[in-house]
Design a protein around this ligand. Structure first.
Ligand SMILES: Nc1ncnc2c1ncn2[C@@H]1O[C@H](COP(=O)(O)OP(=O)(O)OP(=O)(O)O)[C@@H](O)[C@H]1O
Length: 610
């Protein structure tokens, strides 16, 4: 099991964490007046609800069972009370409606803000963070956890306030009406509280178990869906199905356990409320017979009892929701508080677009996990306008060098300079616009080809067309049904690997970077794309400082200088001919590749001869 940095088990007792409450409330600060209005409406609702049984009492005692009063007066009294009752229930209904609208609006708006904050925070975190935090978990944070927090606003905070207000109000009323009957009823309060607290604790465990299982399912699904091609290629469907079955069954079991708990608690609570009413009926009936209580008072008492037990029952569920919401809030805030280690320099240097672009790596030492050394004392210089090819066995650290140049990661030792300026002092966005990178993985946006090339820049269509023409890439564009306006990405035209590389190339050339970095795809690309790419590469490298992780014969030959890496070290460097003559690593790399190509009948990526 991976360590995800912050764990699902973080939901211990966050409900009593005042600091966490403060953070949650900070998000609601902008809505404080609306919240205050919602609380005010709570008072109106409680007062209205508690007046209803009292009206029934008055109706019974002064109109229905009042033989001494003239019948005309009783009829008109009953009509007046009924009208008042009607007005009150309509008032309570509309207050409720208005309150729910307000709370939903606050809850949804707060969640919208949290969601935005969280996503924009994620957008600026280091890549190292994403290496150790599974995508599925992060998606859970942005969806389920935020929804959980929302529940707290909409269905809990104020209704909890409503409930508490109602419980206190009823207790006061009952003691005012008949203290001995109220005292009898009070026996049930500790009992109800014990059951409620016990249930709340058990329910919390169940909720937590369900949520952590859901997070596992999300994480598993994200991994499986993103790796579908590999999954099918290696025929792992059966295994994935079995694993998913186990995860899903565990989720089912945990959900059923929670339902069972509710199944026990609900009838138990109902039983207690009915028993309390039976007691009141017995005791109150006796009191009526002794003329110490009126029928209206007894009926009102029973109504109040019903109103009393209902929020008590719901309190335990709401406690669980708050608990779960606070656990979610805790995880969201933990995520929000993670600091990026790659930060903007305090006074950033902005390099001009046409910087001469000399590039040096000095004594670079780096490891991803502070354990296995990936780059060990690597020093390399690229003079302005020079093309350097990086070659080496797989995993020797070539891509890592590019990652460091782009400041996706920070070296543990050494420095990288562009024109003598440490890249840590260059504004991050400026650095990434000076260094144009074409990676093996190309991000395709669901938009037109033109929008995919232009992206955030203000490059016009004319310039794009000119670049495409100059580099010969217009041949690829002209093949597409609507040229530059062809919709690509999901639901649009599917591009081949080679075409994607061409797109990435066009994207970078539009930005006209001073330094060009190319991580050549090892995957075979179709011949036509390769031919176009050849020409594009040739044109773009001219007079531009370029670093290429090279696999293609043409690229290696074109390089001014070849650097050979093995196990995180530079083991050789020189021109193609010099290195072959040396008969060292490079020569054996070429020979190895040549042999492999003969064995597999593949085209040869590395040149076999001088
Ligand atoms: N994000 C990462 N987290 C941890 N280790 C990584 C990460 N990326 C790469 N590595 C490890 O660092 C080492 C160097 O990887 P790198 O991708 O730089 O090699 P490379 O020479 O570019 O290989 P290839 O030619 O196969 O792309 C490898 O052992 C790899 O497993």
């Amino acid at each position: 099991m991976r360590n995800y940095g912050y764990s699902e088990e973080g939901d211990q007792s966050s409900i009593g964490d005042w600091h966490l409450w403060q953070k949650v409330l900070r998000f609601t600060a902008a809505y404080k007046f609306t919240l205050a209005l919602a609380i005010l409406i709570s008072l109106v609702i409680t007062a209205g609800t508690l007046t209803l049984p009292y009206l029934v009492q008055v109706a019974i005692d002064t109109c229905i069972v009042a033989p001494d009063v003239a019948s005309q007066v009783r009829f008109s009294g009953l009509t007046k009370i009924s009208i008042l009752y009607g007005i009150l229930i309509i008032g309570v209904f509309f207050s409720h409606f208005f309150q729910v609208q307000l709370l939903e609006w606050i809850g949804q708006s707060v969640m919208h803000n949290v969601r935005q904050r969280l996503f924009s925070h994620l957008l600026h975190l280091d890549l190292a963070f994403f290496n150790t935090n599974a995508t599925g978990r992060l998606v859970t944070r942005l969806t389920n956890d935020i929804q959980n927090m929302n529940e707290m606003f909409t269905s809990v905070i104020i209704t909890l306030f409503n409930d508490l207000l109602r419980i206190v109000g009823i207790l006061v009323l009952l003691f005012w009406m008949n203290s001995s009957l109220a005292l009898l009823m009070s026996i049930f309060i500790p009992l109800a509280l014990i059951i409620t607290v016990l249930f709340a604790r058990l329910a919390r465990e169940k909720f937590r178990a369900i949520r952590s299982q859901l997070a596992k399912i999300n994480s598993f699904l994200a991994e499986m869906l993103s790796g579908m091609a590999i999954l099918q290629l290696f025929g792992q469907q059966q295994r994935a199905e079995t694993n998913f079955f186990d995860l899903s069954r565990e989720y089912l079991n945990r959900t059923l356990a929670q339902i069972k708990l509710f199944g026990i608690f609900m009838p138990l609570s109902e039983l207690m409320s009915s028993t309390a009413i039976a007691f009141i009926l017995w005791y109150g009936g006796n009191e009526i017979l002794r003329d110490r209580l009126t029928l209206g008072e007894l009926v009102a008492f029973i109504s109040y009892m019903r109103l009393f037990f209902q929020p008590l029952r719901e309190l335990s569920q709401k406690y669980s929701v708050v608990q779960s919401a606070m656990a979610s809030a805790e995880r969201i805030f933990q995520l929000l508080e993670i600091k990026s280690t790659i930060v903007e320099p305090p006074s950033p240097v902005i390099l001009p677009k046409k910087t001469s672009a000399g590039l040096t790596f000095t004594n670079i030492r780096f490891s991803y996990n502070h354990d296995d050394i990936v780059l060990d004392d690597v020093s390399l210089t690229l003079c302005p306008g020079q093309t350097v090819a990086l070659v080496g066995t797989t995993g020797s650290g070539k891509t890592t060098l590019v990652n460091l140049l782009l400041r996706f990661y920070e070296p543990q030792q050494g420095k990288i300079e562009i024109d003598g300026i440490d890249i840590r002092n260059i504004a991050l966005q400026n650095l990434r616009s000076i260094v144009g990178v074409i990676l093996q993985d190309v991000l395709i946006l669901q938009d037109t080809l033109l929008a995919n090339i232009v992206m955030e820049t203000d490059v016009g269509r004319d310039k794009v067309e000119r670049i495409l023409m100059q580099t010969g890439m217009d041949r690829f564009v002209n093949k597409l049904p609507a040229g530059l306006d062809t919709q690509i990405g999901e639901g649009g035209v599917e591009l081949s690997t080679g075409e994607k590389q061409l797109l990435a190339f066009a994207r970078v050339l539009c930005r006209d970077p001073a330094i060009l970095v190319l991580d050549e795809a090892t995957a075979a690309i179709d011949t036509e794309s390769e031919n176009i790419l050849e020409q594009a590469i040739g044109d773009s490298f001219r007079n531009r400082t370029s670093l290429v992780i090279a696999h293609r014969l043409s690229t290696i030959r074109r390089a001014d200088h070849i650097v050979v890496m093995s196990r995180g070290k530079i083991v050789e460097q020189g021109s193609h001919d010099e290195l072959l003559a040396r008969d060292g690593y490079y020569a054996s790399l070429i020979a190895m590749d040549h042999q492999q190509a003969i064995d597999t009948g593949d085209s040869r990526p590395y040149p076999a001869t001088r």
